[in-house]
Design a protein around this ligand. Structure first.
Ligand code: H2U
Ligand code: ZN
Length: 334
């Protein structure tokens, strides 16, 4: 009999509609990951050389305002430009290209250089949530923009360029791959089952829950690829963040605080990750099947200094994990 705690198996990701290979036998040894506490120098509250601190000059010469809460600016080195021709240049079906207009912004979470989400109060996190909502609504209202991707790269390991707590927004004309595939999955499930894929999933979850409150479930998803990958899922079906009421807004801020604190505590280190939100495309359609959520993708495997690489079989075959999502969730719960 197949035992998911013992035997190699694969698990279906209903959102991305692909498989992940799980090899629990490789991680059967009891948890003995050396928790190396890397020498951490606490960042200062203000860094005169930081591009993001209030009042400082940025890399391309502009000056930040002396902001007191959150701060948004147009990315000085944007990957997307608004006045790009929205045209196709293809020579047959084998070499296709499309112009991709878009807008890139940077969001500072706080004037404090050292104040990460994990160290913020729920109301401080709430202000950041407000800004995410404002930006999603404002950028989404632009006829050019059909997808608003908010994401944070945290830590050098994930390529963050600066320790000052910040995130980025890339707003595109066309849907990026991940959003496009999720949208199809939500629509397909809605058509067949008549309900939200993630509302159903969240309602079924138990074993892999890391934290939950009345309105949000934080889980290591059944199909997680990264060892400590998580999702924050609204229990009630909503297509985007701006549909939250005040109580849900606070509950979401609490879920973010709980998760980021648990991550930092896990290996006693500022936990690196890429995180972001998937919300309804902003092309003016209702997308009633879409269920907004957060993804956290942390690279760490066994300790603060051992990271997981997606290489070899994972590049050529499929993603693979050793510790089971159930074990990872248990560790994050503790
Ligand atoms: P990351 O840490 O995730 O790389 O985000 C920082 C972004 O900030 C990055 O996209 C932008 C970079 O282009 N940036 C500016 O726009 N101005 C600056 O002075 C420094 C960095
Ligand atoms: Zn700073």
């Amino acid at each position: 009999m197949l035992d998911l705690t013992q035997h190699p198996h694969r698990r279906w990701n209903p959102l991305r509609r692909d498989w992940v290979l799980v090899s629990p036998h490789r991680a059967k040894r009891p948890w003995q990951g050396q928790t190396e506490s890397p020498t951490q120098t606490e960042p200062p509250r203000y860094d005169p050389h930081c591009y993001l601190c209030p009042g400082n000059e940025r890399a391309a010469g502009q000056q930040n305002s002396r902001y007191e809460t959150t701060f948004v600016f147009e990315n000085d080195f944007p990957a997307l430009l608004p006045n790009t021709p929205d045209e196709e240049v293809s020579s047959g079906e084998l070499m296709r290209a499309e112009g991709e207009p878009g807008i890139c912004r940077v969001v500072c979470f706080s004037p404090r250089h050292d104040l990460t989400l994990a160290k913020m109060s729920i109301s401080e996190i709430g202000r950041v949530v407000d800004l995410w909502i404002e930006q999603y609504v404002e950028l989404g209202a632009n006829p050019l923009i059909n997808s608003v991707q908010i994401f944070e790269n945290r830590g050098e390991m994930m390529g963050a360029s600066n320790p000052h707590p910040h995130c980025q927004i890339w707003a595109n004309h066309r849907l990026p791959n991940e959003l496009a595939i999720e949208l199809e999955s939500f629509n397909d499930y809605w058509r067949r089952v008549g309900r939200s894929l993630l509302a159903d999933y969240a309602a079924k979850e138990d074993e892999r829950i890391v934290f939950e409150n009345e309105h949000f479930t934080t889980v290591v998803p059944f199909w997680a690829v990264w060892p400590y990958e998580t999702m924050i899922i609204p229990k009630v079906h909503m297509t985007s963040m701006e549909q939250m009421n005040n109580i849900e807004h606070d509950a979401f801020s609490e879920a973010l605080q709980q998760l980021t604190r648990r991550y930092d505590a896990l290996f006693n280190t500022p936990f690196p990750y890429s995180m972001g939100f998937h919300q309804r495309p902003t092309d003016g359609e209702a997308h009633e099947a879409f269920h907004w959520h957060a993804h956290f993708y942390p690279p760490l495997l066994r300790s603060a200094s051992v990271r997981k690489f997606l290489v070899g079989y994972e590049m050529l075959g499929m993603p693979q994990r050793d510790i089971t999502p159930e074990m990872a969730a248990a560790q994050l719960r503790e």
